[in-house]
Design a protein around this ligand. Structure first.
Ligand code: ADP
Ligand code: MG
Length: 693
């Protein structure tokens, strides 16, 4: 198998376009893709036909507009290419209209009240900047999704808008630094993805995994991750076969899958692609997650993408490596080696610092979900407090710039912007602070708070928009300055002074940091119910409107969708716990108790002692009864929450009132699991699942 030939074979990429399209059509389409320009309507028909011929040649029979509604996963509706002609025959046909617009019924997708039922229609429109591809015999056309009245109903459109805003403002800054060659600036992203692989039979035997993606019960196994023998450990042959197949499938789809390794927890792994332009990285991450599930199924495995499938062992996240690049290949977060490059770098860096400080709330809520609530703030993932890590060297530079003093780092430099050169900033992985939520890693930032199931579109919409907004303010100030260097110097020192509180290079997992962060006035939004309402604050609505990313109505509807989603997830979890408690655990423990009782009477009749049995019977009976009444409490609370119509209040009710009782119920069940004979327990245990592959 020749990998270079296989790579991208299922993708209608630039190479294919060049081969299959007339020269002038290709040129026009390439311009649209490279410069983000509107599509020349005249060429759509020719492109559609070429795409169809190519797809049919590769065995495709159907096409679909592939879009990303606010469910967080992708959606598709398949149509076949067939079109009837005379004599009852058909031809394979695909018109420009079918390529460019689709009209799925939007009424069954979340819209947060944006769309009344009388305008149930939604439109999907082709996004030529992301390549079409073939998946399971269907030509998939990446599209945006909007309502009949023009409101955005997906995650892709605002992502493209945020990229547009960033481009506009970053170019203004570049021009100020004398760069006249860059035509475009775009954000780049490399998303590292964590996941668990378990045996399919284990998955099927657990209703909680099937319904909610995570285990709602389960006592700690005798062996967890304490031996630290899984991280980067040898990969088991079944897993290795899966990874190999996965790479091949991803390569076919033109996804640059690069690194695969074992993670910290047993059965946990990670895959990382090489970074690309953000909208492509976002589409590809969705496709990657889908492909992981599919390939796992072929190997008799199940791929768990939930943030916390198992209590007591590490959960799964996604690291969003983010930077900005010009079309000429310049990474704007690369410090460079000359004084001029350095001061441009410092300017872009400080825009990010200011953005993260002023919009901690948005970054925090962009990663908020019921699943991720189990990770953030626990000692395995970044805390719920947003802060930034710059590393010792860069922090020293920043301090020198603020105080306008000699920089006494390793290089013993005086830092005068535009005159002095930055000291070497070590890119070495060894001194990176793994506990920081937003870490500078040499030439990019790594946002580490994302949950493993997340579409990366949401967090990147936020990062792009907030950085664009700060760059806009910088450009406004600097463009109007009499003396550019003077003005820059002043801007840099002031920005550092006002926003350095967000920089923290220490251990984010400590209690002291929580206290220190409070002193610094940083936000600590502990769960989704607390964090999500911030989306629709006045400051944030103004930000989104100013940068043309969301309208106020879109912000409000999205807030509602996210809060509703949180409550829905918890409702499903609560109902699943009730069902497993009543139908599986309670009767199983009772059977064991009756068998123990029978043993006691048999043994007693022979005069044998039954103290152990009697104690166990008492213990299990008490726990089972207590669990039963907790179930009743949850049921009662679910009735109560139904009566709360305000979505924010309902979410808070779940967080404050229902989750604690769910945890209490689980504690009784887990305790009984430990004390119940193996053959009576109604589903596989943590030990069975985690060591099943
Ligand atoms: P690690 O964090 O494992 O040491 P790297 O730092 O090389 O590995 O890369 C982690 C991820 O960051 C990869 O997906 C990589 O492609 C991505 N990455 C590297 N450079 C950039 C960049 N300029 N912009 C966005 N992502 C990047
Ligand atoms: Mg990383």
């Amino acid at each position: 198998m020749k990998i270079p030939e296989l790579f991208g074979e299922s993708v209608f990429n630039l190479q294919v376009m060049q081969d299959k399209l007339p020269k002038d059509v290709f040129k026009s389409l390439k311009k649209t893709i490279d410069e983000g320009l509107p599509l020349d309507a005249g060429i759509a028909g020719i492109v559609a036909n070429a795409m169809k011929d190519w797809a049919v040649e590769k065995g495709a029979t159907h096409f679909t507009h592939w879009f990303q509604p606010m469910t967080g996963i992708t959606a598709e509706k398949h149509d076949s290419f067939i079109s009837p002609v005379k004599d009852g025959k058909v031809i394979m046909d695909f018109s420009w209209k079918e390529l460019v617009v689709g009209e799925p019924d939007a009424s069954s997708f979340p819209s947060g009240g944006v769309r009344a039922t009388f305008e149930a229609r939604g439109y999907t429109t082709w996004d030529p900047t992301s390549f079409a591809f073939i998946k399971d015999g269907t030509l998939c056309i990446p599209t945006a999704f909007v309502s009949y009245s023009g409101e955005v109903l997906d995650k892709k459109t605002p992502l493209l808008k945020s990229m547009h805003a960033l481009n506009k403002q970053a170019l203004r800054i570049l021009r100020l630094f004398g760069n006249t060659t860059a035509k475009r600036v775009f954000p780049t992203v490399g998303a590292e993805q964590e996941y668990f692989l378990i045996d399919r039979k284990m998955y099927d035997a657990r209703k909680d995994l099937v319904f909610s993606g995570r285990t709602l019960f389960g006592a700690k196994p005798p062996k967890g991750q304490e031996m630290e023998d899984h991280y980067f450990g040898p990969i088991k042959s079944r897993v290795s076969a899966f990874m190999h197949d996965l790479d091949i499938e991803l390569w076919r789809l033109g996804i640059l899958a690069k690194t695969e390794h074992n993670e910290v927890a047993p059965a946990q792994h990670e895959i990382a692609p090489i970074f690309s332009i953000t909208n492509v990285a976002s589409d590809q991450n969705q496709l990657m997650m889908e492909t992981m599930k599919k390939v796992a199924a072929k190997h008799g495995l199940y791929c768990l993408l939930h943030e916390k499938p198992f209590a007591g062992v590490n959960g799964s996240g996604k690291h969003n490596n983010w930077s900005m690049s010009t079309d000429t290949g310049l990474n704007l977060l690369d410090p460079g080696s000359t004084p001029a490059e350095n001061s441009q770098f410092i300017t872009f860096l400080l825009a990010v610092v200011k953005a993260v400080d002023e919009y901690q709330d948005l970054l925090r809520l962009s990663v908020a979900s019921a699943g991720n609530d189990h990770r953030l703030g626990a000692n395995e993932a970044p805390p719920a407090i947003v802060s930034m890590y710059l590393g010792e060297e860069l922090a020293g530079v920043i301090e020198a710039l603020e105080k306008d003093v000699k920089y006494n780092g390793k290089g013993k430099q005086v830092m005068k912007l535009g005159v002095d050169t930055l000291p070497d900033l070590p890119k070495d992985a060894t001194d990176r602070n793994r506990t920081s939520p937003f870490a500078f890693t040499g030439n990019k930032f790594e946002f580490r708070m994302l949950g493993s199931t997340f579409s990366i579109a949401g967090p990147n919409i936020i990062i792009n928009t907030i950085v664009a907004d700060e760059l806009r303010q910088f450009a406004d100030e600097l463009e109007g300055a009499k003396d550019f260097n003077e003005a820059l110097h002043e801007l840099v020192a002031r920005t550092i002074k006002e926003h350095k509180r967000i920089i923290f290079n220490g251990n984010n997992y400590t209690e002291e940091w929580t206290k220190e962060a409070k002193k610094r006035g940083l936000l600590n939004l502990r769960n989704s119910a607390e964090a999500l309402p911030y989306f629709a604050s006045k400051k944030n609505i103004e930000l989104f409107e100013r940068n043309d990313v969301f309208t106020e109505r879109e912000v409000r509807s999205r807030t509602e969708i996210m809060l509703e989603n949180y409550s829905k997830v918890l409702t499903i979890e609560a109902l699943t716990m009730i069902e497993m408690g009543k139908k599986d655990i309670f009767p199983a423990v009772n059977t064991y108790i009756s068998d123990l009782c029978a043993a006691v009477s048999a043994k007693s009749s022979m005069g044998a002692s039954c103290e152990a049995e009697k104690e166990l019977i008492k213990k299990l009976s008490a726990s089972n009864e207590a669990m039963y009444f907790k179930i009743g409490e949850i049921e009662q609370l679910l009735v109560e929450v139904k009566g709360i119509t305000d979505v924010e209040k309902a979410a808070r009710f779940f967080a404050d009132k229902i989750i604690p009782v769910m945890q209490e119920m689980r504690a009784y069940a887990d305790d009984m699991e430990v004390n119940t004979a193996k053959k009576y327990w109604p589903f596989p245990t943590y030990g069975d699942i985690l060591f099943s592959v």
